[in-house]
Design a protein around this ligand. Structure first.
Ligand code: NAI
Length: 462
């Protein structure tokens, strides 16, 4: 029986980061992972492969739509699907091997197999039981199921199957206009698939700023995606090669059907805790199956911690990473901390969508006085030079103190621009602080500064 200070269960971004931080802090650490490669959903079948396909399909879109505008002539590239899948798999391989290298460098033992916790202080992997003073559960999440919709990962797929289709489908129906639906839907739309998104609510990207929601939907429509809003999918029927998706419109309860070659089910994810033995241990779960923890990521069972998608909060890789580092620090006797008020969210469509902090709606609900500084990328020279003038930065600040409360961006490199706001918020900055900071010209970041200026005496270029 091997003995460790910490055993982490799961080697996704939460788990592998927790393991590395534990090892860096001098704790003898092992990480259990049953997949053939490290990196979890994010590196193997999520964030990273989808970004590879988003990049490749964006390049095609640029060639088809913008090259001629820039005086670049010639035949547009065509899609070599096996080649594109090969590129995506290479990217996965580089990243998962990178984590393996980091494990070796930090002397972390990879316990290969699926772990369970027979009792506090013990982790079982295969036939072997290991001793662990502390256990961090970082077992992640899985696609949640939809009644009447049977996933076969061939015709009716989750994001995992959508990253491995044997060919580019002619018609795809996406159930759910959340992050996965829009990102993967836009990949296939750019590759020439007729994509129809069927969404239960009246707006895409639930919880986001209302203006951002309208703008992203309008821009994706322009790229050829169709949207059926206010529609609840009831069931799917499949033959060997096709599917029928039945849905009901909420406004009048009328029933409809739409055909597809592939149906992507993107209606949310749920914690994956099967087989860990949590029930027998008495680890408390919420009604939604999330592991309950205290403020230091410890469950109600001493020495057992949980982080990432398996516990509550947004299901985001970077939130899991932060929790992984913080839990490791707590175990090492330091003061781990996560500021849940400053966790950015990014959707990697084109243009990108990014947000952090409060939305206007949240502030209205809280009855808080705020002001908004908005700046359109139309007034940003750099954005116009690359056909990215649509979209905007919306900065929200406290009406009295000018302290930044949130920011919502749709536009070029939004996912990178948002971090200027994250840092500002961590430092408790005001909109004026941002407005007084010199920003290089010509950059997209100037649009962030202009939005900050718009919170005060006014933006210059609008
Ligand atoms: P989501 O929760 O973002 O969106 C699901 C959508 O499905 C909602 O708009 C919901 O109203 C709709 N829906 C549910 N039932 C329906 C029905 N019967 N008929 C029609 N529509 C229905 O979930 P999604 O996109 O599956 O993502 C899962 C998780 O993965 C999210 O927590 C997300 O944050 C995370 N993720 C994050 C990424 C990123 O940060 N870029 C990328 C991919 C996933």
């Amino acid at each position: 029986m091997a003995s460790y200070d910490v055993i982490v269960i799961g080697a996704g971004p939460g788990g592998y980061v927790a393991a590395i931080r534990c090892a860096q802090l001098g704790l003898k650490t092992a990480c259990v992972e049953g997949r053939e490669t490290l990196g979890g959903t994010c590196l193997n079948v999520g964030c990273i492969p989808s970004k590879a396909l988003l990049h490749a399909s964006h390049m095609l879109h640029e060639a088809e739509h913008n090259f001629a505008k820039m005086g670049l002539k010639g035949k547009s590239p065509s899609v070599d699907w096996p080649g594109m899948i090969g590129y995506k798999d290479d990217v996965i391989g580089q990243n998962t091997k990178g984590v393996e290298f980091l494990f070796k460098k930090n002397k972390i033992d990879w316990l290969k197999g699926w772990g369970s916790i027979p009792e506090a202080g013990r982790v079982k992997v295969g036939d072997e039981v290991h001793e662990a003073k502390n256990i961090i559960i970082a077992s992640g999440s899985e696609a949640s199921s939809l009644p009447g919709v049977e996933v076969d990962e061939k015709i009716v797929v989750t994001s995992t199957g959508a990253l491995e289709l044997p060919k580019v489908p002619k018609k795809m129906v996406v159930i759910g206009a959340g992050v996965i639906g829009l990102e993967l839907g836009s990949v296939y739309a750019r590759l020439g698939t007729e994509v129809t998104v069927v969404e239960y609510l009246d707006a895409v990207t639930p919880g986001m700023d209302a203006e951002v929601q309208k703008t992203v939907q309008r821009m994706l429509k322009k790229q050829g995606m169709e949207f059926i809003m206010g529609a609840a999918v009831q069931k799917t029927e499949t033959t060997k090669t096709k599917a029928k998706v039945h849905y009901k419109l909420r406004k009048d309860d009328s029933e409809h059907m739409i055909d597809a070659d592939v149906v992507l089910v993107a209606t949310g994810r749920k914690p994956y805790t099967d087989g860990l033995g949590l029930e027998a241990l008495g680890v408390e779960l919420s009604e939604r199956g999330q592991i309950k923890t205290d403020d230091h990521w410890q469950t109600n069972v001493k020495g057992i911690y949980a982080i990432g998608d398996a516990m509550n909060g947004p299901m985001l890789a970077h939130k899991a990473e932060d929790e992984g580092m913080a839990a490791a620090e707590v175990i090492a006797g330091k003061s781990g901390h996560v500021n849940y008020g400053v966790i950015p969210g990014v959707i990697y469509t084109h243009p990108e969508v990014a947000s952090v902090g409060k939305t206007e709606q949240q502030l209205k609900d809280e009855g808080r006085a705020y002001k908004v500084g908005k700046f359109s990328f139309m007034g940003n020279g750099r954005a116009k030079a690359v056909f990215a003038g649509e979209g905007f930065v919306k900065l929200i600040a406290d009406k009295d103190t000018d302290r930044i409360l949130g920011c919502h961006i749709i536009g070029p490199a939004a996912g990178d621009l948002i971090h200027e706001i994250c840092v500002a918020m961590e430092f408790g900055a005001s909109a004026e602080d941002l407005a007084m900071t010199c920003h290089a010209h010509p950059t997209y970041s100037e649009a962030v500064r202009e939005a900050a200026l718009a919170c005060g005496d006014g933006a210059i270029h609008s």
